[in-house]
Design a protein around this ligand. Structure first.
Ligand SMILES: [Zn+2]
Length: 446
């Protein structure tokens, strides 16, 4: 068994447990990857001690939507100011030159960036596999970084010649897609409690695969007891496309094809109407809210207040780095709070509620009640924020982390293992990773 860890004397612990308990001057004892105890003056002979005085402690943050490979195409000039569809068309030819090493290095960069912002669990949506790339390129990256990982086997099957958006070189035959979904689920999906890797099935969006593949993907996911994920109702063009091609709104399309339920989560959902929100609440369907991406691409403001009030499961996603272009989940949570306020007033969302969405909310969306909260028996995914620095100086409530800061985590534990220590990553040569990533980016620019 791993050595015990004692997080000692935290100024303030936001547990996000069922009663949203907040503790002051308390400790957390971790053994075997789980939280053994939480409370004042805990002791454990021989435990490694992390001094958390001057710190706020929260559950590790949960990222419910990303395209890690896109860290290699941040701030591409032709895509900087384009709308969604034009943006995609700028980037597809670049992505078509990726291979296994691009997938692996870009995933390490994206996951390390998330970890440094306090994220302990991330999903990923990889929907293109050029030049021999495979889902396991990213699974290996997550193991190297040490994050809990929910990769999804994405796909596109309708290329340009069939009236779709992506070039034909980036689409796959639908039979091959389903076959590879089965392969990666059988090889890598671990349904057990405390799992470090769960695989999902995730056709890219209703406009890049057929109705049949959407339906078959849902049947396959149910058969294999894995989750389903896609992009839905992202912007006005998306709604217009759905009405024109399918004769219905995206919510109806999803429902007709089996894409609702507590084993499904959809990214964006900016344009869901009130009946779609009720349907999501009724069916337990989750939402990955991506506020920075929605701002960056001018998609609009997702009705998160209405969703939460209706009882929809909502988590946060930084989305792919080509549409954010940063991957700081703490900054994403702050943006989520600000965006509800700009449209609905200053009391629309508190800092603590946004942090709850970023932790417990995301864990619930991903079907992980064992994560996203600090309580006895839960997984030891713990973020420790130093509030003795400049950002918090003068703060009357440092635990309202999203109002003042900091935006970078001091220490991060994942399954009881210290992935971030004093703002660095002891198990990863970050300098070498960054150098290789920049080298690969330069090759793609040529
Ligand atoms: Zn996305």
């Amino acid at each position: 068994m791993d050595k015990a860890i004692l997080i000692r004397n935290a100024d303030h612990i936001l547990t996000m447990d069922d009663r949203r308990t907040e503790l002051f001057g308390a400790d957390i004892l971790v053994t075997g990857g789980k939280i053994r105890a939480i409370g004042p003056r805990l002791g454990q002979a021989g435990a490694e001690v992390i001094d958390a005085s001057g710190c706020v402690v929260t559950p590790g943050l949960v990222n419910t939507h990303h395209h890690l490979y896109q860290t290699l195409t941040r701030a591409v000039p032709g895509g900087q100011d384009a709308l969604l569809f034009g943006w995609l068309q700028t980037l597809y030819p670049i992505w078509s030159r990726f291979g296994p090493e691009e997938m692996r290095i870009s995933a390490i960069v994206g996951l390390a960036e998330l970890a440094l912002s306090g994220c302990s669990l991330s999903s990923d949506h990889l929907y293109l596999y050029p030049n021999g790339s495979r889902l396991e390129d990213t699974i290996e990256a997550a193991a190297e970084v040490g994050l809990r990982f929910h990769p999804t086997r994405g796909a596109m099957s309708i290329g340009e010649s069939a009236g779709g958006l992506p070039p034909d070189s980036l689409v796959e035959a639908e039979a091959a897609i389903l076959e590879d979904c089965i392969r990666v689920i059988d090889a890598f999906h671990d349904p057990s409690e405390g799992s470090m890797c769960r695989v999902g099935v995730a056709p890219c969006s209703p406009f890049s695969v057929s109705r049949e593949l959407m339906r078959d993907a849902a049947l396959l996911a149910r058969d294999k007891k894995v989750m389903l994920h896609t992009h839905l109702a992202e912007n006005d063009e998306d709604i217009a496309y759905s009405l024109e091609k399918f004769g219905c709104r995206p919510g109806q399309y999803a429902e007709d094809l089996g894409w609702t339920g507590d084993d499904v989560w959809h990214a964006h959902c900016v344009k869901l109407d009130s009946s779609e929100i009720s349907m999501f609440a009724r069916t337990g369907t989750g939402v990955a809210h991506c506020p920075c991406s929605n701002c960056r691409l001018g998609s609009g403001i997702a009705p998160v207040r209405e969703m939460r009030d209706a009882g929809v499961f909502v988590g946060l996603g930084v989305d792919g780095s080509a549409s954010n272009d940063t991957g700081n989940l703490m900054a994403e949570a702050r943006q989520a709070m600000l965006l509800q306020r700009v449209s609905r007033g200053a009391d629309a969302m508190s800092a603590r509620e946004a942090l709850e969405i970023a932790t417990r909310g995301g864990a619930d969306v991903l079907g992980r009640p064992d994560c996203g909260r600090l309580a006895q028996g839960k997984r030891a995914d713990i973020a420790i924020w130093d509030v003795s620095g400049i950002e918090s100086a003068g703060s009357w409530d440092p635990a309202a982390l999203l109002l003042a800061g900091p935006m970078k985590v001091r220490h991060l534990l994942v399954e009881g293992r210290q992935v971030v220590r004093d703002y660095g990553m002891p198990h990863l040569d970050l300098g070498a990773v960054i150098a290789r990533q920049n080298q690969l980016a330069r090759q793609l620019m040529e």
